[in-house]
Design a protein. Structure first.
Length: 353
């Protein structure tokens, strides 16, 4: 790993930590700790006598600012250490855009007072948008680190792209429903599991309470979809066994964490663990998708496409090469269906470039 690769992974890790602290801010009701002021805290740069909630919120703002500076440094470093057209450059630039929109959404929550005890559906929608933006931010930070570490370029096309898109959409839907469910748990805490179920099923309950029922259903569906897609990769792509297994394991851990969170009535520490696993699952799925769609593996998923070049120019995102000059390899996909008598004796031979 060179300097850019190490810095990229470090930046990704720091952003995960900031996201988890943001969840702690929401779960502890500290979002209004600095009042409706942004970026100042109660109109001051450094409050003279901050309370606990103010310190929690102020810490989140400071660390968010540091994360922004890290992404600025990532863009600068990517432009300095990678040539024009390199996919790491584009991923870093998109990370910067998403970091700015992340800050804008966070500022909107504060300025519109959609924090603390606010029970409006506007807050729920903001939380859903916030979660989606966070996932996309983590996704492009992950791709930046992947390309900076020598990951091959990929092309968004064919059956593999359909599967990857379906898996990503399922995880986003589960994440958004989870954000709304977590908000409901924070605003309407239950004292027992039986009481929580009565609240969820009562027609007179607040909409945020009744929406909590959707999260287990959506999450279970997403888990099945992502698990099956990862299992398919395990069977058809032995070289991707490790990343595919990682996704399957994280899906299982998320199911366990979700059930535990419900049984324990969503304590703050369990909410943080649940969100951490969700972030790690998303990152692992992004990496698996990028590797499955990489140019050198396109022959496996697109057996009847034209000849492709490993690391060569392509029509979709990441069309540059993550390899050093002279390290490209040609991969030729058959322009027609191979006859039974023409197929190689070794089935794995079709997958090797």
């Amino acid at each position: 790993m060179d300097r850019l690769a190490r810095y990229s992974w470090f930046t990704l890790g720091c952003n995960i930590a900031v996201i988890l602290w943001g969840a702690f801010v929401r779960a502890t009701g500290s979002g209004a700790g600095c009042g409706s002021h942004w970026p100042l805290c109660n109109g001051e740069v450094i409050p003279e006598s901050p309370g606990t909630k103010m310190l929690v919120e102020l810490t989140h703002r400071v660390t968010s600012g540091m994360a922004l500076l890290l992404v600025v440094g990532l863009v600068v470093l990517a432009w300095r250490q990678r040539p024009k057209g390199h996919p790491a450059r584009r991923a870093a630039a998109l990370s910067m855009v998403l970091m700015l929109t992340e800050a804008a959404v966070g500022a909107g929550l504060v300025l519109f007072e959609l924090v603390a005890d606010n029970k409006s559906m506007a807050r729920a929608m903001f939380m859903g948008v916030h979660l989606m933006n966070t996932f996309f931010l983590l996704g492009f930070l992950t791709l930046t680190a992947h390309f900076a570490s020598g990951g091959a370029a990929y092309r968004w096309r064919g059956r593999a792209a359909v599967g990857a898109g379906l898996g990503m959409a399922a995880l986003i839907a589960a994440g958004v429903s989870g954000a709304v469910a977590a908000l409901g748990d924070t605003l309407f805490p239950a004292t027992s599991l039986a009481e929580a179920l009565r609240q969820d099923l009562s027609a007179s309950s607040h909409l945020l309470i009744r929406l909590r029922l959707l999260h287990p259903v959506i999450s279970a569906t997403a888990g099945v979809i992502v698990g099956l897609l990862a299992a398919r990769v395990l069977v058809s792509r032995p070289e991707l066994t490790r990343p595919a297994k990682r996704v399957v394991i994280l899906v299982f851990l998320q199911v366990v964490a979700g059930v535990t969170n419900v049984i324990l009535l969503a304590p703050v520490w369990m909410q943080i663990i649940h969100l951490l696993l969700a972030d790690l699952l998303w990152i692992s799925a992004v990496l698996l998708g990028a590797q499955s769609l990489s140019v050198e593996s396109a022959i496996e998923w697109l057996p009847h496409e034209r000849s492709l070049t490993y690391g060569g120019p392509g029509p979709d995102f990441g069309s540059g090469s993550g390899l050093e000059p002279g390290a490209a390899h040609a991969v030729h996909a058959a322009p027609r269906r191979v006859g039974v008598d023409e197929r190689p004796a070794d089935p794995g031979a079709q997958r090797r470039p």
